[in-house]
Design a protein around this ligand. Structure first.
Ligand code: ADP
Ligand code: MG
Length: 172
């Protein structure tokens, strides 16, 4: 599935809608360059799940738990991107294991911000969300606010069999 998000609000709105599909134990893997909108998308997920915010880039920690405000799952937000660009998939997976997130994975929705192209092998069932800036990053990793993003969503594994991604986000 593919969408164009023409503003940060669009990116966030897509997250809100996709959150409607998420259950305890789900894993969402975000890939894309620095500044592509991964944290912005995660803010939408947090809003849609109804967890305590704010969702920000965890600068000094690599993961943060956002507890639910209601009866839903918590959101575990991991910023693996900050483990270092160029981290190979093998190495990165090892570091994710080191975080010892397994306990909460079952009860929470886990979102991992990752560098581009390192999504596979984290779990059998996952939602892969790729954020692309078609024109690169001319102004640095910051808020140009104007450049549209292309968002690609791919559901992997039996958990997602028969789930209508497009229906859930139509109109986003
Ligand atoms: P990342 O977490 O991938 O590094 P951020 O979510 O921090 O990226 O977003 C970087 C900047 O891009 C933010 O200023 C955000 O508002 C902006 N942004 C996000 N999505 C879009 C979009 N669709 N169009 C324009 N700007 C966007
Ligand atoms: Mg980020």
């Amino acid at each position: 599935m593919r969408w164009e998000a023409s503003s940060a609000d669009d990116t966030r709105a897509l997250g809100v809608r996709l959150a409607g599909l998420l259950r305890r134990g789900d894993l969402v893997v975000l890939s894309g360059d620095l500044g592509a909108g991964k944290t912005t998308f995660t803010q939408g997920l947090g809003e849609g799940l109804g967890v305590r915010g704010p969702v920000t880039s965890p600068t000094f920690v690599i993961s943060r738990v956002h507890p639910p405000l209601g009866g839903g799952p918590a959101l575990v937000h991991v910023d693996a991107y900050r483990l270092g660009p160029g981290t190979g998939s093998g190495e990165a997976a090892l570091e994710l294991d080191d975080l010892d997130l397994d306990a909460s994975l079952e009860d929470a929705v886990t979102v991992v911000e990752w560098g581009a192209g390192v999504a596979a092998g984290l779990a059998d069932d996952r939602l892969e969300v790729q954020l692309l800036r078609p024109h690169g990053d001319p102004g640095g990793a910051g808020d140009d606010g104007l450049e549209p993003r292309t968002v690609l969503v791919r559901a992997v594994g039996p958990r997602w069999d028969g789930v209508d991604l497009g229906g859930a986000v139509r109109g986003a």
